[in-house]
Design a protein around this ligand. Structure first.
Ligand SMILES: [Zn+2]
Length: 359
């Protein structure tokens, strides 16, 4: 589990242990958070803010990442008239107190160093910038996305599904950021769901090409969380310790084709459904499995991504389990179009409803 400062001011008798103090403090932080707010029914459970997008002096071009992917996904949905701008949900930025639910004070303080942030997001020139700029242009967009991931669980519980058009920072744990992931939004989302939605069984289905070592470390010994991770073992992060915490590991090597990938996924979902009975699914839907992605090194076609998403949504829907989808990694310019097309397909197959008439 992630640590919480033990010098807590949590309530509790003098006989309470530091661990229970930490748990009380975490609970209080979650209960007093502003991230869970009521969303009117006129809105669809698609969460996005224009402040998700990172565009900054051209530096964003140095990372092999389409850093305005999130806005472009929504742009396609608006342009294709699949979704009206006024009906998407704008999240609240995660505050320091919100982040402390999973992160340690020392980790959050480490982000006050531009050098540390530059290492986490893998953009060396960011080290040279004053930290207030790094906060505003890089970390603020991430904190908005974190707010979106956390809110998504509440919306999914109410509506059956929710898509955060961002988030999925699965390399970040409570103690350490890396691989473009500065905050552990998945771990945060799940802790909020435990307390605010009164649930105790969550399944993470992590289908980004990379291993989700952040949430794996955070929930290493937590039996409330079942992790299915389908990843390429030949690429970053090579986190062998975290691999031990995966409940169901499916390794797909470089060059895996669409057919082979989908066959493995069918089998994996069938097994997962027998092994665990979740009350919430958190689906990390990275598109770096796409053929041509220089980092993921798999060979899944755009239609393959659409089928993949459809299979996961069907898995949850058939069992009546609320599902949160996060867009996670996917570093090519083509990713945004593929994600938008997949969302349209989910709507066509009646797995999500973007059309519900305003009340
Ligand atoms: Zn990835």
């Amino acid at each position: 589990m992630a640590t919480i400062p033990s010098s807590s001011t949590a309530t509790g008798g003098s006989s309470s242990t530091p661990a229970s103090d930490a748990e009380t403090l975490r609970r209080n932080r979650i209960l007093s958070s502003k991230l869970y707010f009521d969303v009117p029914l006129i809105k669809v459970p698609v969460i996005y803010s224009s402040s998700y997008d990172i565009a900054f002096l051209g530096l964003e071009k140095l990372h092999p990442f389409d850093s305005s992917k999130w806005g472009r996904i929504c742009g396609f949905l608006f342009m294709d008239r699949v979704l009206d701008k006024s009906r998407i949900v704008e999240p609240v930025e995660a505050s320091k107190d919100d982040l402390l639910v999973v992160h340690s004070e020392s980790y959050l303080s480490s982000l006050k160093s531009s050098l540390n942030v530059s290492i986490i997001i893998e953009v060396p020139p960011v080290a040279l910038l004053p930290n207030f700029l790094v906060q505003k242009k890089v970390l603020y967009p991430f904190r908005k996305q974190v707010g979106g991931t956390i809110l998504a669980a509440k919306l999914a519980k109410e509506r059956g599904w929710a898509i955060n058009v961002g988030g999925g920072f699965h390399h970040c744990s409570g103690e350490k950021g890396s691989g473009f992931c500065a905050y552990a939004d998945i771990s945060l989302c799940i802790h909020y769901a435990f307390v605010r939605l009164n649930i105790s069984r969550v399944m993470i289905i992590d289908l980004d090409a990379h291993q989700g070592n952040g949430h794996e470390r955070d929930f290493s010994n937590d039996r409330r969380v079942y992790i299915l991770d389908v990843y390429n073992p030949e690429i970053y992060p090579y986190d062998y310790e975290a691999r031990r915490y995966i409940n169901q590991k499916v390794e797909v090597v470089s060059g895996t084709s669409t057919n082979e990938y989908l066959k493995q996924l069918d089998k994996a979902l069938e097994v997962a459904g027998r092994m665990f009975d979740p009350e919430l699914v958190v689906y990390n839907a990275g598109t770096d499995i796409l053929d041509g992605d220089p980092l993921g090194r798999l060979k899944v076609s755009p239609d393959g991504v659409t089928s993949r998403d459809e299979k996961v949504f069907r898995f949850a829907k058939e069992k009546n389990i609320p599902l949160v989808m996060l867009t996670s990694g996917g570093y090519m310019k083509s990713s945004a179009r593929v994600i938008a097309d997949s969302i349209v397909n989910l709507s066509k197959k009646c797995l999500i409803d973007l059309e519900r008439a305003p009340r």
